[in-house]
Design a protein around this ligand. Structure first.
Ligand code: ADP
Length: 371
């Protein structure tokens, strides 16, 4: 069996060891020879280049994704050519366009922030007036890591983005914390969930994940799991689905957005769960039986490593990190360390949550050059 992954980022890279273990061939359509997943890159081309994508797909049994930026016409061409595309174009549309997602969640009765589609400054001003004078505006497509997300108090503050088309306006959610629920679903219907996790964002970028989310036994975990399973089934998602959630100060769980691929909130599963999200994604898209999703240790803490201001000597810091933090599991993505860019992560697992958080932060800081 041969899986083709479109996009050569760190998610494709981290599918490679899982493919090796399962005895599955993996081929990656990478953006260039220095792609993070370069060890498995078999073809170079852009995700928007239909000819390159179709040629790549001819040699694989199923096509899946490292990111959601494959245009719908390219996905349609794949389906037309008889390629198994997982998740399919209809599901992916909800991870590609935040307005499509919001409309569908309303139809399903899934709780989410108050929102509106706004086409001009007057409509945004009306939304602001109805929602306490502040709003989050988002470009419907193409945003990631907080790019394409802005807090505004006047319609004029979004004039530049409105010139390019309608925007999503949302209430500014008063959240206690952010959570993420991951599930995996295979075409024949089997559906499994990992424990709910807590995610901590800084500047729109995921910084830390704690698994399972502290103080989440009982109703919160049940609610989050029900939401993710409802979404996975209703949208016919195949592969791994991450549902980003807000837990509000008044104890509601609201859907922020979806990712239909392995996700930063699930990196902890490599060491912390019986089946990692990368292995599970491969099993799911190949319609193989899914693996167990329980925790191997009581707690897992994952902290991202972001590029610092002067990162020329990242490599020289690795031996120090390995020596000082022998229990930390290091994952480097082989990416040039530009400031603020995700270049790796560290995970520690064990029994003492406070100590694990401290260790993981210290290890990440050691590598970022900030400690
Ligand atoms: P991206 O596609 O860049 O990941 P998100 O929609 O996930 O964008 O937003 C990035 C971050 O901005 C979220 O993780 C959250 O911290 C904050 N955010 C997004 N939407 C809202 C909202 N409606 N209210 C409050 N904070 C929000």
């Amino acid at each position: 069996m041969r899986v083709g992954v479109i996009g050569g980022g760190q998610l494709a890279r981290m599918m490679v060891p899982a493919a090796v273990e399962l005895g599955i061939d993996i081929a990656v359509l990478g953006e260039g020879p220095d792609a993070s997943a370069r060890l498995a890159v078999t073809a170079i081309g852009a995700a928007g280049d239909a000819d390159a994508v179709l040629a790549f797909a001819r040699d694989v049994d199923v096509v899946t994704f490292d990111h959601e930026h494959v245009p719908q016409p390219v996905l349609a061409a794949l389906v037309e050519a008889g390629v198994a595309v997982r998740p399919g174009p209809g599901a992916l549309a909800h991870a590609q366009d935040k307005l499509v997602l919001r409309r569908r969640m309303d139809e399903l009765g899934v709780p989410q922030p108050v929102w509106a589609e706004v086409a001009d400054e007057a409509q945004l001003t009306a939304f602001l007036d109805a929602n306490g004078g502040r709003a989050i505006v988002k470009t419907p497509r193409g945003g990631y890591d907080g790019k394409g997300v802005r807090v505004v108090t006047t319609g004029a503050e979004a004039a530049d983005w409105l010139a390019d088309g309608p925007l999503l306006a949302e209430e500014v959610v008063d959240f206690r914390r952010e959570l993420a629920q991951q599930v995996a679903r295979r075409p024949s219907g089997e559906l499994v969930a990992w424990p709910l996790v807590e995610t901590v964002q800084g500047g729109g970028v995921c910084r830390e994940v704690i698994a399972p989310a502290p103080h989440s036994a009982g109703r919160i975990a049940d609610l989050a799991c029900d939401i993710a399973m409802t979404v996975a089934e209703a949208l016919d998602v195949t592969g791994v689905l991450a549902v980003e959630l807000f837990e509000t100060v008044d104890a509601r769980i609201l859907v922020n957005e979806l990712a239909m691929r392995p996700h930063n909130s699930g990196h902890w599963t490599i060491e912390g769960a019986t089946t990692s999200q990368f292995e599970q994604h491969l099993r799911a898209v190949l319609d193989l039986p899914l693996g167990a999703t329980g925790c191997r240790d009581p707690w897992s803490v994952m902290v991202n490593v972001l590029g610092g201001p002067e990162d020329g000597d990242l490599d020289s810091r690795v031996p120090g990190l390995l020596a000082e933090h022998p229990t930390a599991k290091l994952h480097l993505y082989g990416k040039a360390p530009r400031p603020g860019r995700k270049i790796g992560h560290v995970t520690v697992t064990g029994e003492d949550l406070d100590d694990l958080v401290f260790q993981a932060r210290a290890a990440s800081a050691r590598l970022s050059g900030t400690a």
